[in-house]
Design a protein around this ligand. Sequence first.
Ligand code: X90
Length: 280
Amino acid sequence: MNIRLVADSSADLLTFEGADFTPVPLHIITDDGEYTDDAALDVGAMVQELFTYKGRSSTSCPNVQDWLDAFAGAEAVLCFTITSNLSGSYASAMDAKQEYEQANPGAQVYVVDSLSVGGETRLLLEKAAEHIAAGDSFTEICSAVEEYKKSTHLIFSLESMKNLVNNGRVDRVTALAAGLLGIRVVGQASLEGTLEVLKRSRGKKQTIATLFETVQEKGFRGGKMRIAHCENEEAAQELAGMVKKRYPLADIEIRPCRGLCSFYAERGGLIIGFEGSAWK
Ligand code: X90
């Protein structure tokens, strides 16, 4: 049985080597128009335009039809969404699952609520791909992913939370307590899939040290780490270097954020998914 992997664009993936993979874009909307977070999006140009743009901006998640189009023709689908606590993506994927299974008797769709974004979702996809390659059954693969999710984490550092606050994805009190201006915030995707501020830091060096300290506190001991950055490759490399020095065998990959994550993380942001200890 062929199993298709599907993920919304919060996972920052356009392709997935060795798997039947279909990405589904979210959208970034301004008064001037709309950016679709797909392979055709020029992320750098979008970040630059948004940097000088003064009007309103927001995002929207895939609708049921978008998901149905991605499922089309598949016998079995493993679908990954951004955290259901900050987006409607999971809810519309669940509606699409129901519709697809009704319209295609025998077809199976399993929707994974990543409770996260970016690199953590990517780790879940990698786990699924591993089990698909091993020839495991659909049920086995789904439970392996859910089991793995119990010990994967996501932390981030942000130089601005403007778009997160303006779109109600983090409450104003949290943002103000964190300090909106001039202070970098280090936080995590909480167990419930919300944005939780953990620490504040000043300056680039301190931020990277804080990130390194935080991954270790959360149980990273040299396993997989997936770093995404919004126009901050240098900081991503520095963090990777620090991790490699302590854990030479760590499996680290760095990539730029695509549109959705760039919109919310903003210039300078780092988003890090990694293997740690089990959530308690
Ligand atoms: O449905 C939509 O319009 C999408 C809403 C997405 C809201 C949050 C995106 C966060 C992107 C920012 C740093 C990581 C935060 C992790 C929190 C779980 C990345």
